[in-house]
Design a protein around this ligand. Structure first.
Ligand code: SF4
Ligand code: SF4
Length: 387
């Protein structure tokens, strides 16, 4: 079977090293991987992007700003005419780093903020961190760098979202990505962070209530790939059309291994850039079979009988696999929860639309759309990677 798509969006874990040991870290970051790419290997890898029509590279970690050569790699990608973005825990946002981010043309800095002060510092296991991160965000905003805040929503911080929204607006942030807790890595060992069905629906109700109002004020709240799908709790535009890992997106680990998406577990590695070029890994027969060779009969019990199965393809591949050991079987799905727990769903609808009594589910599959995965990351126009 030949495949003709290109990896428009590359997620690149620059290092697994991190200056924090957050309780919710799905990558269990801390120490660098054993054999991370050298500067020369990383710079040479950049040159493989243009022939593959890469349009955007999102640098993540670990803490990518801990890699001393991050700016050389970012500058190289930018020289190639490719948009660059970076995700940081905010601690390294010193004035000199902010200046360098601007200098190398990074379009957006995604900064993690996971609640109000006590919650954030507890989840991230460093007292005083919240204030330092806010100061870093402020420096970046004041320095003319576009900042998008990223919040991994869990049972601890869910009820702080309204206060967080007010805070972010007050300090000049204009973009906020919400993503549900992915119970993998250290988060998989923190049951107090796991979202119940009810809590996941509450997150949906908050998103659906606040997103249009915030948009009218010029503030974007954007859902990650793993926050959906369908029903009134989701936005109809852009329509959710399933996981794009291996179709339009690819993930590169700091040691050169390649996955469809960085959120996927290591058993889903597709190749090694120390052995093959990205082109060969991307176009290898049989690669990324979970999305390229998807069929409804491969879906798990959560999704098999869903009216929108063909369009949705079973939600987020990582969430599905991490939570159920199966692909195309996402348990965190508004529509799925509506079926298995109608009462909880109706409560969430009442929270989102107090003036309406009955929910109206999207019943007809939506028409095809163009390559929506290329909508810029951190949301400025569409649904985004979980990270
Ligand atoms: S039940 Fe599964 S296939 Fe249906 S919308 Fe939810 S995640 Fe998608
Ligand atoms: S975050 Fe989930 S849906 Fe999005 S590309 Fe990754 S695995 Fe697929």
């Amino acid at each position: 079977m030949s495949f003709e798509g290109f990896p428009c969006v590359v997620g690149w874990e620059l290092t697994l090293a991190c200056n924090l040991r957050c309780r919710h870290c799905a990558s269990a970051a801390g120490l660098p991987r054993k054999n991370e790419l050298t500067t020369e290997e990383a710079l040479a890898l950049c040159d493989q992007f243009p022939p593959l029509a890469v349009q955007e590279v999102d640098f993540t970690g670990g803490e990518p700003l801990m890699r001393p050569d991050w700016w050389r790699i970012a500058a190289r990608v930018k020289e190639l005419g490719i948009t660059t973005r970076i995700v940081t825990n905010g601690l390294p946002l010193a004035p000199s780093t902010v200046a360098r981010i601007r200098e190398v043309g990074i379009s957006t800095v995604g900064v993690s903020l996971d609640g109000l002060e006590a919650t954030h510092d507890d989840i991230r296991v460093l007292p005083g961190l919240w204030r330092r991160v806010l100061a870093g965000i402020q420096r970046a905003v004041d320095g003319g760098v576009q900042v998008g805040v990223i919040t991994a929503v869990n049972a601890r911080n869910l009820r702080e979202l309204p206060a967080l929204l007010g805070l972010l607006e007050s300090i000049g942030v204009r973009h906020w990505q919400l993503q549900p807790n992915l119970p993998r890595g250290r988060s998989g060992e923190a049951p107090d962070l796991a979202l119940s069905d009810q809590e996941f629906l509450e997150l949906g109700a908050f998103f659906r209530t606040e997103q249009p109002k915030a948009k009218a004020r010029g503030f974007d709240i954007v859902p990650a790939d793993s926050l959906g799908y369908f029903t009134e709790l989701d936005l109809p535009e852009p329509p959710w059309r399933g996981c794009h890992a291996g179709l339009f997106a690819v993930g590169i680990l700091s040691d050169g291994k390649v996955k469809g998406c960085l959120t996927m577990p290591d058993e889903m590695i597709e190749g090694d850039l120390r052995q093959d070029d990205l082109w060969d890994i991307w176009f290898r027969d049989g690669a990324f079979a979970y999305t390229r060779q998807f069929s409804v009969d491969k879906m798990g019990a959560n999704c098999r009988d869903c009216a929108l199965a063909e369009q949705c393809r079973g939600g987020c591949t990582s969430m599905s696999y991490v939570c159920t050991d199966k692909l195309h079987n996402d348990p965190y799905c508004f529509l799925g929860i509506q079926k298995r727990n109608p009462q909880a769903f109706q409560t969430a609808i009442s929270m989102a639309f107090p003036e309406e009594r009955d929910s109206v589910m999207l019943s007809d599959p939506l028409p095809p759309s163009p390559c929506w995965t290329c909508a810029p990351w951190a949301g400025f126009a569409g649904r985004v990677h979980g990270s």
